[in-house]
Design a protein around this ligand. Structure first.
Ligand code: PLP
Length: 221
């Protein structure tokens, strides 16, 4: 068995029920992805549109491709025909463009709202107030071709595990509030995308349902 296949099976076996693995394959070749695929992995995450479309074309069609990076509105059209989940929706403008392109493809696109939980200036995402304002607005309610199925966030890049835990707990609490206030406790609003190679165990304890793991599977970049 290859190292990649071994890591996929080790991590998969360690995940509790209800937590799915997004194998983050950015910068890695198709041959690496195939090793993970042959070990049973079917969800892969990429953060660049061009790389994502190239890999989609080259690889088996039963892969669920997740866009995990910052997405520019003018590039949505390239992934709209096939992308399974868009993690990083951080503005109404972007959501509107996803709605438009999904509609052209006769699809309803699943997305996650990205929240700003880190103590860092560089991270993208809504605050709870911004998201609440959007979800209450009439322009939002008119969108027919997007479905918000949860939230996503990234913790600070720090070795302080308690800080990371607080940030993940904050995302879980945002999820709980939105679910009650806007999604009528429905089962379609169910995903909390948090946790990467260095912090996914903490994320799972805080309620993650989707862990995005790259370097622990494929090695450093
Ligand atoms: C690269 C990336 C990951 C995976 O990071 P690792 O530390 O390699 O596991 C997860 N989420 C996002 C948004 C990323 O860009």
């Amino acid at each position: 068995m290859t190292v990649i296949a071994d890591q996929i099976q080790r991590i998969q076996a360690s995940l509790p029920k209800g937590v799915q693995l997004v194998a983050v394959s950015k910068t890695k070749p198709v041959s690496d992805i195939l090793q993970a695929y042959e070990a049973g992995q079917r969800i892969f995450g990429e953060n660049k549109v061009q790389e994502l479309t190239g890999k989609y074309e080259a690889l088996p069609k039963d892969i669920a491709w997740h866009m995990i990076g910052h997405l520019q509105s003018n590039k949505v059209k390239y992934i709209a025909p096939f992308v399974s989940l868009i993690h990083g929706v951080d503005s109404f403008n972007l959501l509107q463009e996803i709605n438009k392109q999904a509609s052209k493809c006769n699809r309803v696109q699943d997305v996650l709202l990205q929240f700003y939980i880190a103590q860092e200036e560089t991270k993208f995402g809504f605050t709870l107030e911004e998201a609440t304002a959007m979800l209450q607005s009439d322009p939002f309610k008119s969108l027919q071709s997007v479905r918000i199925i949860g939230v996503m966030g990234m913790a600070s890049f720090t070795s302080d595990k308690e800080q990371i835990r607080r940030e993940f707990n904050q995302l879980k609490s945002i999820f709980d509030q939105l679910r009650i206030q806007f999604f009528g406790n429905t089962d379609s609003f169910k995903e909390i995308s948090m946790g990467m190679s260095g912090d996914y165990e903490i994320a799972i304890e805080a309620g993650s349902t989707l862990v995005r793991i790259g370097s622990s599977i494929f090695g450093g970049r």
